[in-house]
Unconditional design. Structure first.
Length: 218
């Protein structure tokens, strides 16, 4: 993989922002998905104006710990956005500002033990058991309450849209999660990726997770 160009990332970031502005006047945070990216790509993304990076794998967070910690010291955030095994929390917690993929009680308990007060999102399964993680929609309220009771800072909800790209299915899934977040008075709704983020924003997303469209192919 060749070096990534800062000016190219700046242009892509502007283009994504411009696209979002065509469907909403709300501010929407852009998370640059940096899984399988080299350290220099993370540095370049931040130099280009990216303020939040998203990592998917615990082992990769550990391997990138030095660059992640440098980036965080300069004011950028790093979020964990992948499925997280309970026994890997200790690898991740010291190096991230938020865990977006909290989907079960055991993970709540381990995060509360390893990282009291950690900012989290509760991940909702809207893909019908396609292996993308998340709790069932009917369990969201109890898991939000469990997170709060454990001392975590529950800021919102997250979902990965159904596979296949069907616009109606995506819209329905995103509307469900946005509605749950509104009902619970939660401010953050992280949903939408490179191929479906505009639909997500139309349905209320406040945070999109963009990999390929921002940083190119892995």
């Amino acid at each position: 993989m060749g070096a990534i160009d800062r000016l190219d990332v700046e242009r892509r970031l502007r283009d994504i922002d411009a696209g979002i502005s065509t469907v909403t006047d709300r501010h929407v945070d852009i998370v640059a998905v940096t899984k399988n990216k080299r350290d220099d790509v993370l540095e370049t993304a931040v130099a280009a104006g990216v303020r939040i990076l998203g990592e998917n794998y615990a082992q990769e967070v550990r391997a990138k710990a030095d660059v992640i910690d440098r980036i965080r010291a300069r004011g950028a955030e790093v979020h964990f956005i992948g499925q997280l095994q309970t026994n890997k929390v200790r690898m991740v917690a010291p190096h991230v500002d938020m865990v977006q993929s909290v989907d079960r009680q055991s993970l709540v308990d381990e995060l509360a033990h390893r990282a009291p007060g950690m900012r989290v999102l509760i991940q909702v399964d809207t893909s019908g058991g396609q292996g993308r993680g998340g709790c069932a929609p009917e369990d969201v309220v109890s898991l939000v309450n469990a997170g709060r009771s454990a001392g975590l800072t529950v800021e919102g909800l997250m979902t990965v849209g159904p596979a296949g790209g069907d616009p109606d299915a995506l819209r329905s899934a995103f509307a469900l999660v946005s509605g749950l977040a509104n009902d619970l008075g939660l401010q953050v709704c992280s949903m939408g990726m490179s191929d479906d983020h505009l639909i997500a924003v139309e349905e209320g997303s406040t945070m999109v997770r963009i990999g390929t469209a921002l940083l190119g192919e892995r």
